[in-house]
Design a protein around this ligand. Structure first.
Ligand code: GLC
Ligand code: CA
Length: 557
C-alpha cells in the first residue's frame, strides 16, 4: 500500500442540522460547527465530513440539492463555509463535503429546465421516458423510500422521470458526458476552495442497467428493489476512474465512498493504490440481518455475527487499502443500541465496543454524539418521526399486518432519526443544542448522557474516546495501529472479540468480553504493557486473563 497523507488520521461526521445551533432557530448551523472546532480538535479529530448543507428543500434532509454552489441559508452563508474551512485548517483539520450526484433536487434549475424542455440540454441530464406499449411504467423498480421509481414529469402527462430515491430526488443521467462535466466542474470549484475532499453519496447507483427492464418482484407490491439491478450492473469503473482523474487526483484530496454491495474482486479498483476512492465504508455489519421485506422484519445482530462481519471485511481488504470503520452514521441507529445486546448498554459496554472497532485496521470514524455514548430514541407515535425512510417502513409494516404499536416498535430500532436527534451538550433545556425549539426532539436521556457531565470525568465514555484517539496517534504505536496486519485471536470463542495488530517489531492485543458474565481467556503471551482497560481492575496471570462483563483490554505483547 502506498502511503498517503490521511493514513493514521481520525475522522468525524457532523450532521449539521443536529450538531449546534448558534442563533436559536432550532436548526444546527455552520457557525455552531465553527464554535465547536476546539472541542473536536481536543477529541483528536483530523478530518470532518459534513452531511449536506447546500441549498435544498430538505425533503431528504439536504440529500436533495437544489444548488451545488451555495449554502442553504438555514445553515449559514458561503462566508461561514469559508471561515469554517480556514478555521479548521488552522487546527490542522480537513473538511469534507458530501457529494450527492446520483440525483439532485426537483427544485434544481436543471430539473426545472428539463420540465420546460424535455428534449433540451437539461432534459438529457435526467432519465425521462414514456410508458411502455402495454401501458406499464418503463420498469418495475421500487424507490428506496417506497413506491415506483417513476413519477410524472411535471407539465407532461405522457412523460415520466426516474428517481431511485424520493420523488423529489430525480436521478442524474451519468451516461451523458455533458452532465459529468458539470459534476467535475462543481467538484473542482469546491476543492479549489480548500476542501480536503468529499464523502460520496449513493455512488453505486449512478450506473443503471439499460435499457430499463423489469426484475422479479420481491414484495407483494409487484416491484423489485433496485438491488437486483445493481447486482447485474457493470461498467461503473469508467465513470469513477474519470472522476478520480479529473478531480481527486490533481488535488491529492481524500475521498470516501458510500459503497454498498461491492463485488469482492473489485475492491482493488475501488480502494487499492490508484483506486477510484481513498477509502470506502465497511457496511457489512450495518446491513447484516436486513430483510428484503422491510425493516420491520429485520433480525438484529448478535455479538458473534458482528465479529464475523467485521473480520470478514478485514480479511477481504487485507493490505489492498484502507477501509473506513464505523459503528453508526446519520442513516443508522446508534451503534451502542444496535451492537450491544438489549439491557446491557452501559458506559462499560460502550467503551468495549469503541475499542473493538476503533483499533481495527482502517480509518476510524466517529459519528457526532457517539463519543458520549448517545443511544436510540423511542417514539410514542409515528407523528413524531421526521425521517422519510422510517415513515415508509412504518407504512410497509402496517400493510404487512402489524398493529400501530407493533409497527412503531419494529421500525424505530433502525430509524434514521435515532442518529439525528440533537447533540447532547449539557443537562440544560434542549441539551444545550439550541435556545429555541429544536427541529427534532431531543432524546429525553440528555440529563444522564451529555458532554458537560463527561468532560472532566476520567472514566467517562468521552474520555475513553480521547484515550483511543491518543493511542492511535502515539508515536510508539502509530505505525502498528495504522499499517500493522490484523490477525483474529480466539476467533471461534463465543462472545469474545479479539485480534492482534502486528507489525515487524510489535504486537498489540485487543480483546473484549462481549457478554455480561466474566470469561477466563488464554493470552497469546505475557503482556509487556496494558495500554487501555475500560475497568479499574485486571485479573491477570502468566497464561490467562479474566475479563469481567464487557471488559476490554489493549495490551502490548
Ligand atoms: C445516502 C445518504 C442518505 C440519503 C441517500 C439518498 O444513503 O447517506 O441519507 O437519504 O443517500 O441521497
Ligand atoms: Ca441555527
Amino acid at each position: 500500500m502506498n502511503r498517503k497523507w490521511w493514513h493514521g488520521k481520525v475522522a468525524y461526521q457532523v450532521y449539521p442540522k443536529s450538531f449546534c445551533d448558534s442563533n436559536g432557530d432550532g436548526i444546527g448551523d455552520l457557525k455552531g460547527i465553527i464554535s465547536k472546532l476546539d472541542y473536536l480538535k481536543d477529541l483528536g479529530v483530523d478530518i470532518i465530513w459534513l452531511s449536506p448543507c447546500y441549498v435544498s428543500p430538505l425533503a431528504d434532509q439536504g440529500y436533495d440539492i437544489a444548488d451545488y454552489y451555495n449554502i442553504d441559508p438555514r445553515f449559514g452563508t458561503m462566508a461561514d463555509m469559508e471561515t469554517l474551512i480556514a478555521e479548521a485548517k488552522k487546527r490542522d483539520i480537513g473538511i469534507l463535503m458530501d457529494l450527492v450526484v446520483n440525483h439532485c433536487s426537483d427544485e434544481h434549475e436543471w430539473f426545472k429546465k428539463a420540465c420546460a424542455d424535455p428534449d433540451g440540454r437539461c432534459g438529457k441530464f435526467f432519465y425521462i421516458e414514456k410508458r411502455r406499449p402495454d401501458g406499464s411504467l418503463p420498469c418495475n423498480w421500487r424507490s428506496c423510500f417506497g413506491g415506483p421509481v417513476w413519477d410524472k414529469l411535471p407539465g407532461h402527462d405522457d412523460l415520466y422521470y426516474l428517481h431511485t430515491f424520493h420523488k423529489k430526488q430525480p436521478d442524474l443521467n451519468w451516461e451523458n458526458p455533458e452532465l459529468r462535466e458539470e459534476v467535475y466542474k462543481m467538484m473542482n470549484w469546491w476543492l479549489d476552495k480548500g476542501l480536503a475532499g468529499f464523502r460520496i453519496d449513493a455512488i453505486i447507483n449512478i450506473k443503471k442497467v439499460l435499457p430499463f427492464k423489469d426484475y422479479p418482484a420481491d414484495r407483494s407490491d409487484g416491484l423489485s428493489s433496485t438491488a437486483s439491478m445493481l447486482k447485474e450492473q457493470t461498467g461503473i469503473g469508467a465513470f469513477l476512474g474519470e472522476m478520480r482523474d479529473r478531480t481527486f487526483k490533481p488535488h491529492n484530496s481524500f475521498s470516501v465512498g458510500e459503497v454498498f454491495d461491492e463485488k469482492p474482486e473489485e475492491i482493488p479498483e475501488f480502494i487499492g493504490d490508484n483506486g477510484y476512492f481513498s477509502s470506502m465504508f465497511d457496511f457489512s455489519e450495518t446491513v447484516f440481518g436486513r430483510s428484503p421485506l422491510g425493516s420491520y422484519a429485520d433480525s438484529g445482530i448478535t455479538p458473534d455475527d458482528y465479529k464475523r462481519c467485521v473480520f470478514q471485511t478485514q480479511w477481504q481488504i487485507g493490505d489492498i487499502g484502507m477501509i473506513s470503520n464505523i459503528i453508526e452514521n446519520h442513516d443508522e441507529s446508534r451503534g451502542v443500541s444496535r451492537y450491544i445486546p438489549e439491557g446491557d448498554v452501559t458506559p462499560t459496554s460502550k467503551k468495549m465496543l469503541a475499542a473493538l472497532y476503533f483499533l481495527l485496521k482502517g480509518l476510524p470514524w466517529i459519528y457526532q454524539g457517539q463519543e458520549i455514548g448517545m443511544e436510540n430514541i423511542s417514539f410514542d407515535s409515528i407523528d413524531e418521526v421526521d425521517d422519510i425512510s422510517t415513515i415508509d417502513s412504518y407504512r410497509v409494516a402496517r400493510a404487512a399486518g402489524l398493529s400501530e404499536k407493533e409497527a412503531l416498535r419494529a421500525v424505530e430500532k433502525s430509524s434514521r432519526d435515532n442518529a439525528r436527534t440533537p447533540f447532547q451538550w449539557d443537562g440544560s433545556e434542549n441539551a444545550g443544542f439550541t435556545t429555541g425549539k429544536p427541529w427534532l426532539r431531543v432524546n429525553p436521556n440528555y440529563t444522564e448522557i451529555n458532554l458537560a457531565d463527561q468532560k472532566d470525568d476520567p472514566d467517562s465514555v468521552f474520555n475513553f474516546y480521547r484515550q483511543l484517539t491518543r493511542l492511535r496517534k502515539n508515536p510508539d504505536y502509530q505505525e502498528t495501529l495504522t499499517y500493522g496486519r490484523l490477525v483474529p485471536y480466539l476467533e471461534d470463542r463465543h462472545n469474545v472479540m479479539a485480534y492482534l495488530r502486528q507489525s515487524e517489531s510489535q504486537s498489540i492485543l485487543v480483546m473484549g468480553n462481549f457478554q455480561k458474565e466474566p470469561q477466563i481467556l488464554p493470552l497469546p503471551s505475557v503482556p509487556k504493557k496494558i495500554l487501555l482497560n475500560n475497568l479499574h481492575d485486571l485479573k491477570l496471570d502468566s497464561e490467562n486473563v479474566t475479563l469481567d462483563g464487557y471488559q476490554v483490554i489493549v495490551a502490548e505483547l
